[in-house]
Design a protein around this ligand. Structure first.
Ligand code: ADP
Length: 357
């Protein structure tokens, strides 16, 4: 019996993309379909290499194609093409497909830790990722990534440093050590615009921006300066931190930046005797997410390896990729990537997946 492409595509059109709720054929996600005797091979073009449902899609396409009479072998390749959020980033003037801000109501809650680890986790999955440390009050991502200087500039443009597969620039690398970072009003605005506009990022799937904490001028100017695909808010589980976080959330809402979700950091500490201690209370992040109708992206426990990794320039997703903390950071990065893709794909101006032929 001859297997036809039409029969295979008809079978594949019964498989839904679980988050976009449309079938893979309509979404133009099936590429390079080949039939050789009783063997069918094709590529599934995902909307992010960090797709959390990759395994499920793989299983469902195989099951669907197996129903086509005559098929004996199936070869499925997974590839990805991250959709562009459709926002014009004139100031940056670079092909950055999605820009994701990470904010927090106050400092010290782990905003930079989350930014660094989700950036590296996305790069580990195969995405092209940039990290802009715009936390002018505490630019500590250079320490967290073991970077102490930028490469020589390319003409007028800053060249990002390469660390664990991501491109990184930090305000901390632009000022002399020990020089206080005091920026006010117009000076702050022009510094930010210059910083945003003068980096040679090249093409990126995701630019992660570590914002200054709070809802002051610096956070506001930055969030306004660059069209953002969305924002992630980091909080601790305790009440005071949640109140700060909800102010941060409101700032983004007022700026009409979509909230991608809330991350609760330092959620608990697992003790060697197997008990769990809620040092900063419990459940606050989830409560805030449900009260504000935003997504709860996940909890990150307290783990001294996070702090050690931060101090020694080796993010935990690199130093202990199998640990519970690294796993939760990887899952959070996947959820963020998936949400950004769904938003880009459902935006009225988006194409049904970038056509690459
Ligand atoms: P922020 O950017 O919000 O100011 P940081 O990411 O710099 O916060 O984190 C503050 C400190 O807490 C750093 O030393 C960091 O290594 C540590 N830290 C952050 N999250 C955790 C965690 N889950 N467990 C242990 N230490 C953490």
């Amino acid at each position: 019996m001859t297997i036809t492409k039409e029969a295979v595509l008809a079978a594949l059109s019964k498989v839904q993309e679980p988050e976009l709720h449309q079938d893979l054929v309509t979404l133009n996600m099936i590429r390079n379909l080949e039939i050789a005797g009783d063997k069918v091979s094709f590529t599934v073009m995902l909307t992010t290499p960090a797709c959390p449902l990759r395994g499920r899609i793989d299983k469902e396409v195989r099951e669907a194609v197996m129903t086509v009479p005559g098929v004996k072998t199936i070869e499925v390749k997974m590839d990805s093409d991250v959709p562009n959020d459709g926002r014009m980033r004139g100031l940056v003037n670079m092909p950055i497909r999605n820009a994701i801000a990470v904010g927090s109501g106050k400092g010290g809650v782990g905003k930079s830790t989350v930014s660094v680890n989700i950036a590296v986790a996305l790069a580990q999955s195969g995405a092209r990722v940039g990290l802009m440390d715009a936390d002018i009050y505490g630019p500590n991502t250079p320490t967290m990534l073991g970077v102490d200087k930028l490469p020589p500039p390319n003409g007028q443009r800053l060249v990002p440093a390469d660390a664990y597969g991501i491109k990184m620039v930090s305000m901390g690398l632009l000022v002399k050590p020990g020089q206080p970072l005091i920026w006010r009003g117009p000076m702050l605005n022009s510094a930010i615009r210059q910083f945003l506009g003068d980096v040679d990022w090249g093409e990126l799937d995701y630019l992660i921006i570590d914002l200054p904490p709070g809802t002051g001028d610096a956070a506001l100017s930055l969030a306004q300066a660059l069209p953002l695909s969305g924002a992630v808010i980091v909080t601790l589980p305790q009440l005071v931190s949640l109140e700060d976080a909800s102010r941060g959330l409101n700032m983004f809402k007022q700026l009409e930046v979509p909230i991608l979700g809330i991350v609760e950091n330092m959620s608990y500490l697992d003790l060697p005797d197997g008990t769990r201690m809620d040092i900063f209370g419990s459940g606050g992040g989830e409560e805030l997410a449900s009260a504000t109708e935003t997504t709860f992206l996940g909890k990150i426990p307290i783990d001294q390896n996070i702090r050690i990794g931060g101090d020694t320039g080796k993010p935990i997703v690199v130093s202990h990729p199998e640990s519970a903390v690294a796993k939760s950071l990887q899952e959070i990065s996947q959820k963020i990537a998936a949400k950004v893709s769904v938003a880009a794909m459902t935006a009225s101006n988006a194409l049904p997946i970038n056509i690459v032929e």
